[in-house]
Design a protein. Structure first.
Length: 345
C-alpha cells in the first residue's frame, strides 16, 4: 500500500535494549501494581517485600530476555476472568460480562523494562502521530476534545462549516495482525534484536478462562495485541499510525485516542458541494482498515454537522456501504457535542 512504503527506512534505529542495573529494576518494581495472577508462583506483594534478596535473579532474567531478544514462553499465557459489567445486571446473561485478562507479574515487569526504552525512542524521534492522544504521556481525552472544539470554533468564526466523523472500530485491539505489527515496528525504526524481542512477545500466546475454581483448556491466540499487557496500548498506537497520515493526505484533519478515531472536514463559507476528496478519503480509509485487519462498524459511525449545512447533508457519500447521516448530537470521548457547540445537550 502507498502508505506503508511512504515511511523512510533511513533515520534513527532502535536495534537493541540497554541492559538494566539493579537500581533500574528496583524502580520498575516500586511502581508495579501488586496484582497477582493465578499463574504466579508466589504473590506479587511477597516479591516486592523481599526485593533486596531478589534483585540479582530478577535483573538476570530481565536482561537475559532483552539481550537474547526472547520473551519467555511460560509468561505468555493469560487467565481470563469474566467480570459482570454492573452488579445490577443479570449474571446469567453472557453479554453482561466483559473479559479481564490476567498476566504473570514477572512478565509485566519485563514489559515495563521494554516500555520505558521504546517510549523514549518514540519521543526522541517523533515516532507517534502528534494527534494520537491515547496512552501518550502528556496527552489525554482533553487533548483531543480541545483540538476538535477549537477547530470547530474557528470554522464558525470564519463563517464556514465542518463535518465531524466518529469512526467505530470493532474489537480493534483484538484483530491486530502480527506480521503487519512487526512491519510497522520496523518502519518506526525498531530493528534487529529489539524487533526479534517484539516478535517473540507477540507470538505463541494462549489463554484460558478461569471462573471460580474451574479453568478451561488453553486456546491459542492467533492475532491481537495481548489483552492486559502493559505494552499493548503503545503497540496499537504504532499499528494505527499510518491511518492519520492517510486521512491528512486527502486534506482532512484526524484526531485519535487509541482506537477512537475522529475525522474533521472543514468547508469554506458558502460551499455548495461535498469535496471529492472526502469521498476518496473514505474509500481509501475503508481499504486501509480492511488491509490492516481492522473492522469498522458503519452503522455505529456517528456524524455531526457543525454550522450551516446549506442543504449538503443529502450529498454525503456512503461509507463501507452504509449511508452517512448527521445526528443532532454525538458523544465524543464522553462529552456530548451538538451542531452549535452549546455544551447544553
Amino acid at each position: 500500500m502507498k502508505l506503508e512504503t511512504s515511511w523512510s527506512l533511513s533515520g534513527p534505529i532502535f536495534d537493541r535494549f540497554t541492559p538494566l542495573d539493579k537500581e533500574d529494576v528496583a524502580r520498575i518494581l516500586a511502581v508495579a501494581k501488586p496484582t497477582t495472577c493465578s499463574l504466579d508462583p508466589c504473590p506479587s506483594w511477597l516479591v516486592k517485600s523481599c526485593l533486596e534478596g531478589l534483585l540479582d535473579p530478577l535483573s538476570n532474567i530481565i536482561n537475559g530476555s532483552l539481550e537474547q531478544g526472547v520473551f519467555p514462553d511460560n509468561l505468555k499465557e493469560a487467565r481470563v476472568r469474566p467480570l459482570l459489567k454492573k452488579p445490577s445486571l443479570d449474571p446469567m446473561t453472557l453479554a453482561n460480562y466483559h473479559p479481564v485478562a490476567n498476566l504473570t507479574f514477572l512478565g509485566k515487569v519485563i514489559e515495563r523494562a521494554v516500555l520505558g526504552q521504546l517510549q523514549q525512542f518514540l519521543d526522541d524521534t517523533a515516532g507517534l502521530d502528534p494527534f494520537q492522544s491515547g496512552f501518550h504521556p502528556g496527552h489525554g481525552t482533553e487533548t483531543v476534545l480541545v483540538a476538535i472544539t477549537d477547530e470547530l470554533c474557528r470554522q464558525s468564526d470564519s463563517g464556514g462549516s465542518a463535518l465531524l466523523v466518529l469512526l467505530d472500530l470493532t474489537a480493534a485491539f483484538d484483530t491486530v495482525d502480527y506480521d503487519l505489527m512487526i512491519h510497522r515496528l520496523a518502519m518506526s525504526g525498531v530493528r534487529s534484536q529489539a524487533l526479534n524481542w517484539f516478535n517473540s512477545f507477540l507470538r505463541n500466546r494462549s489463554q484460558c478462562v478461569e471462573y471460580m475454581d474451574q479453568v478451561s483448556d488453553r486456546s491459542p491466540l492467533l492475532c491481537g495485541v495481548p489483552q492486559g499487557a502493559i505494552l499493548s496500548p503503545l503497540l496499537f498506537n504504532i499499528y494505527v499510525r499510518p491511518l492519520a497520515s492517510l486521512v491528512r493526505s486527502f486534506g482532512l484533519d484526524c484526531y485519535q485516542y487509541a482506537n477512537d478515531t475522529q475525522l474533521l472536514l472543514c468547508l469554506e463559507p458558502g460551499a455548495m458541494s461535498i469535496p471529492d476528496n472526502f469521498t476518496l478519503c473514505l474509500e481509501a480509509l475503508s481499504n486501509w482498515l480492511r488491509a490492516s485487519r481492522l473492522k469498522v462498524n458503519p452503522a455505529k459511525t456517528e456524524i455531526l454537522w457543525h454550522g450551516r449545512s446549506t442543504g449538503l447533508t443529502h450529498l454525503l457519500p456512503t461509507f463501507d456501504g452504509a449511508a452517512l447521516s448527521p445526528s443532532p448530537t454525538i458523544k465524543s470521548l464522553g462529552v456530548v457535542l451538538d451542531s452549535q457547540l452549546t455544551m447544553e445537550a
